[in-house]
Design a protein around this ligand. Structure first.
Ligand SMILES: [Zn+2]
Length: 189
C-alpha cells in the first residue's frame, strides 16, 4: 500500500476498516497520468482514489496525497455525502482534508517558528479548500468561498478520526495510538 508506514495513512486505513469500509489496494487505488498539476483525486462513484503518478514528486508527497484522499474516502464511508449536487458537502470534506492531512501543517510550522502567526493554519485550510473545490467544480471563486465559509466552523472542528489536528507525524502517531485504544475499549464492553 502506498505510504502504508505513514502514521496518517495507517490511522485512516484502520478507521476505514473500523467503519466497515476496508480499503483494498487493487480495487480502491488507481495510478494514472493526470492533466495539469493535479496530484490526486477521489472518485466517489467508483469509491476509488486516483494517484497521479506523473505529478507526485516523492514518497513524502505520495503519503500526503494518499492521506488527503483517504479523508474524502472516510467521509464518503461514514456519511452520505452528496458530492455532486451539494457544494457544501464537498466544501466540508475539503476543509477536513486540508486541516487533517498535513497539507497546511508543514508551512504552518515554519510560519509559527518564524512569525508566530496562529491564524496561518486556518487561513491555509480555507484557501486550500477553495482551490480544491475549484479544481473539480465549474463554479466561481465567490460561490466556492461562500460554501467554505458556511461550513468552516463545524467542519474545521471535526477532527475525526484523528481526535486532534495532527500537525506532524508525532501527533499523528499519538492519534493512531489513541484510536487503537479507543477501539480496544469498545471491544471490551
Ligand atoms: Zn480534496
Amino acid at each position: 500500500m502506498a505510504g502504508a508506514r505513514d502514521p496518517y495513512v495507517k490511522l485512516l486505513l484502520d478507521a476505514m476498516e473500523h467503519s466497515g469500509c476496508a480499503v483494498n489496494r487493487e480495487r480502491h487505488f488507481s495510478c494514472e497520468d493526470c492533466s495539469g498539476n493535479v496530484s490526486g483525486g477521489f472518485d466517489a462513484s467508483a469509491s476509488q482514489i486516483v494517484l497521479c503518478q506523473n505529478n507526485i514528486r516523492n514518497q513524502a508527497h505520495m503519503s500526503r496525497v494518499v492521506t488527503h484522499e483517504l479523508i474524502h474516502a472516510f467521509d464518503h464511508c461514514r456519511a452520505h455525502v452528496d458530492w455532486f449536487t451539494n457544494v457544501r458537502h464537498l466544501a466540508c470534506s475539503e476543509v477536513r482534508a486540508a486541516n487533517l492531512s498535513g497539507d497546511c501543517s508543514l508551512v504552518n510550522e515554519i510560519f509559527r517558528l518564524h512569525f508566530g502567526l496562529k491564524q496561518h493554519h486556518q487561513t491555509c485550510v480555507r484557501d486550500r479548500a477553495i482551490l480544491s473545490i475549484l479544481a473539480v467544480r465549474n463554479i466561481s471563486k465567490e460561490v466556492a468561498r461562500k460554501a467554505v465559509d458556511e461550513v468552516f466552523e463545524s467542519c474545521f472542528n471535526d477532527h475525526e478520526p484523528f481526535g486532534r489536528i495532527p500537525h506532524n507525524k508525532t501527533y499523528a502517531r499519538y492519534a493512531h495510538r489513541d484510536f487503537q485504544n479507543r477501539d480496544r475499549y469498545y471491544s471490551n464492553i
